[in-house]
Design a protein around this ligand. Sequence first.
Ligand SMILES: *Cc1c(COP(=O)(O)O)cnc(C)c1O
Length: 383
Amino acid sequence: MRFRTRQVHAGVEPDPTTGAILTPIHQSTTFVQPSVDEYMAKGYTYSRSGNPTVRALEDRLTNLDAGVDTASFATGMAAINAVFLAFLGAGAHAVISDVAYGGTYRLATHVYTRFGVEFTFADTADAGAVAAAIRPATRLILTETPANPTLKLTDIAAVSELARDRAIPHAVDNTFLTPYYQRPLELGADMSIHSTTKYLDGHNATVGGAVVLGSEDHTERVRFVQNATGTIMSPFVAWLTLQGIKTLSERMDRQSATAAEIAGFLEAHPKVDRVAYPGLESFPQHELAKRQASGFGAMLWFEVVGGVEAGKRLMDALEVWTLAENLGSVESLATHPVTMTHAIMPPEERERVGITDGLVRLSVGLEDPEDLIADLDKALAAV
Ligand SMILES: *Cc1c(COP(=O)(O)O)cnc(C)c1O
């Protein structure tokens, strides 16, 4: 069956006892066992180790992102942490995209380095740079594409091939495009990571994360960490996320179409210096964006003429757009990465990878494009 049908139905059966069309929120700590000999007969023992509502979401994500299984977590960061714990230990080394979510950078540099793990932040847009960064101790390659916030792309198939040749697992943070537009496992990657907080929920209602896995071996490792560390997703969050995913394709298509319109408007505006949106011909990796994904997404960024001060004035003048961290929801949000999501990165590191002081990141929501553009137009006039 096709994606739109699966996003509504995969993982969920009408409840066998009542016929309820939605999977109930199984808010229960423990599950009664019929007898000692029939332990686990119904598949559940204790909610840290597995819960039917959470399982329904995991099965849906496995189906949509072409995996063999999915492990879900309390947040996207907990999902990334579980991948680190499953594959890294003292003396190990990992290669990570030099542009990545600020929290990923923080987890690596401020937590894991304390335990003797080493990292190379490589320009994963260049497969040669990834190959050059690999050491004998490399146990994980983590790429983020499109990357937060510059939207730099990694060629998933090229990096997966060189990872496979060296038997190093390749995990892709697929948060920005979701399985509707991009399926890393089909391109050869081993894991697809999601902050379900973003497009999968889509309504700014939850925080959650998931790792879609491509092999039984990796599933065992990540599930072991999930149960051992207990950073699980709650049944209520799983239930809300199941509802959000039902409209994923419709939201992504509408929000992306609006993002394309806004990118065009900004590109033609005299007070705008630079605009980056993978759907623009001017985007340096436009061809790769077309090749490895079926849509361009609803994230873009621009720089205002006049630098940081002008950028701040612009953001304060916005009314329809909301100044907030997060992305991927139906509410359009504007973010200043340097002071908000990427404040943890040292300034010289940010400068090196193109996260400039004047960069304004937009997450385009579901409002009328006319209202969003009029608001930007008015705010640009005020700077
Ligand atoms: C938000 C985000 C994360 C972290 O997810 P949380 O749910 O906030 O913990 C990881 N990667 C990317 C690309 C993100 O945008």
